[in-house]
Design a protein around this ligand. Sequence first.
Ligand SMILES: O=C(O)c1ccccc1NCC(=O)[C@H](O)[C@H](O)COP(=O)(O)O
Length: 227
Amino acid sequence: MDFGLAERIEVYREFVNPVIAEIKTYSPIHGDLVRNRNVIDILRAYENANAVGISYITAREFKGDFENLKLICKETELPVLRKDFILSKEEIERTASAEASAILLIARLLGHKTAEFVDLAHESDLEALVEVHSAEDIQIVEESKAEIIGINNRDIMKLEKDDGDVSVTERLSGLISVKGRIVVSASGIRTLEDLKRALKCADAVLIGTALMMADDPESKLRSFVEG
Ligand SMILES: O=C(O)c1ccccc1NCC(=O)[C@H](O)[C@H](O)COP(=O)(O)O
């Protein structure tokens, strides 16, 4: 792989709508999202539709499987983001050993340790996507060297029992004062209209459920990327 996630987003956004496509096993609201499909077939659909990167959730609350993360990383040239509730240096190293490109770090969970965890990720050659959901989180991420700021439109502590609304991205993106960070709007993006609203104030979007629930994930993703 030549480029990392941040760099690919920078390049893609000149030409198409940059979408990080998530291979999501389970939704606390919708249940099983894989429906007996092969995750590599889903990966190929996302590659064919020009995803800017791939996201995979390993967290057990979302029925993730670390072996699938390893398989996805082995099978694709696209940058892969691991999403989980990371609380230790060991989990950062484990993510790097799976050959992921980027790791999710959650400002609200890590608090004042966020900057240290970003540095640990960089020492393991991982890009850090630090997730924010409030003005306090933005202060925390701005004190770190995270190259990517992920605005979660849902409150992750509610484990997707809330709907998620792009208005969160609209509100929080205006509070980011440091320059040179890539901003990703994540969660609750269901329609092209949601995506277009998000991309007015973010550089990329991350979509899971809407793609996984589609009968044809490749054409669904293409409709977002080219819309
Ligand atoms: O975002 C988090 O903090 C998180 C951490 C660990 C597991 C899952 C987490 N969030 C859920 C997601 O990542 C969503 O699946 C993703 O943003 C896509 O959202 P949607 O398009 O609404 O499925």
